[in-house]
Structure formats: structure tokens, C-alpha cells
Unconditional design. Structure first.
Length: 149
């Protein structure tokens, strides 16, 4: 059976994160394969925020329910995804791309009545906003729907 080249390459991805946080609020994240950078992002922590109602920064209870289907065979068991509470008022700017294709977004979270509101602000002065109360990934999907890359 032939293996898809991109699948093989994805297994060899090395992740690098360069940071001296909290001395410097900039973080450089890179994904490399075969000694070539495939993706890189710059993160700048604008505001650390605070944990609401004395919540701890530790893992949240996994919300995914484990279900078993007797008709399913050869299913790989996956570790539960670790979820961490993001502090109220947390703001981070993320930049990617080069030259004219360079993009920067500002991601924020605020808790309103204990419900997290994830916002992504974009535009030259962060004047446009997409949001979600589901997850940061859902906010990202909303951003991708309105932005052309």
C-alpha cells in the first residue's frame, strides 16, 4: 500500500517554540519538516487576564462522552483531550504570513455569567469582530468564513 507523501510528512513535523516569557511577551512558534519551516506564527501576550471566581488553571473535566459501538472494530483509543480554562480578559495577538499576505488578529476571552465569550478581532485597527461562546476553534471557524486567505 502506498503512503500519501503529505501524511508521511505530517508525522515528521517538529514543533519549536521560542520564548522567554515572562521576560518578553513575544512567542515564536514553528512547525518544521525536513529542516524546512512549514508554518510559523508570532504570538504576543497583550494581557494575561485573571481566573474568574477563583477557578484554577488546571485541566477541566473532559466533556467528551465515551461511547462504545459494538459494530465498530479496529478503533484506536485516544487519550482524552486536556482542556484548560483560559483566564478572563486574556488577550493575545497572533501574526502569520509575509509581506502583503501578513495577517494579525487579536484574540480575547471574557466570561459573562460564567460563559466564555471568545472573540477574534481583525482589520487594520482590529475594527472587525467574530465571536463564539462554544470554543476558540469555533471562533476561528467563524473567522475563516469571513476572511479570504
Amino acid at each position: 500500500m502506498e503512503e500519501n507523501h503529505s501524511d508521511k510528512e505530517n508525522r515528521n513535523v517538529q514543533i519549536e517554540e521560542h520564548s522567554t516569557y515572562s521576560l518578553n511577551n513575544n512567542i515564536l512558534y514553528k512547525e518544521r519538516a525536513n529542516n524546512q519551516t512549514k508554518h510559523s506564527f508570532n504570538y504576543t501576550i497583550i494581557k494575561e487576564g485573571v481566573y474568574p471566581n477563583g477557578a484554577l488553571a488546571g485541566p477541566l473535566k473532559n466533556r467528551q462522552e465515551n461511547s462504545q459501538d459494538s459494530a465498530t472494530y479496529n478503533v484506536r483509543k485516544k487519550r482524552p483531550v486536556q482542556q484548560y480554562k483560559i483566564p478572563h480578559g486574556y488577550i493575545v495577538e497572533t501574526t502569520w504570513g509575509r509581506a502583503l499576505k501578513k495577517k494579525t488578529v487579536r484574540c480575547e476571552i471574557n466570561y459573562i455569567n460564567e460563559i466564555p465569550h471568545f472573540r477574534i478581532k481583525y482589520g487594520s485597527d482590529f475594527q472587525f469582530v467574530v465571536s463564539s461562546t462554544k470554543s476558540p476553534s469555533d471562533a476561528t471557524s467563524n473567522y475563516e468564513k469571513v476572511c479570504v486567505f
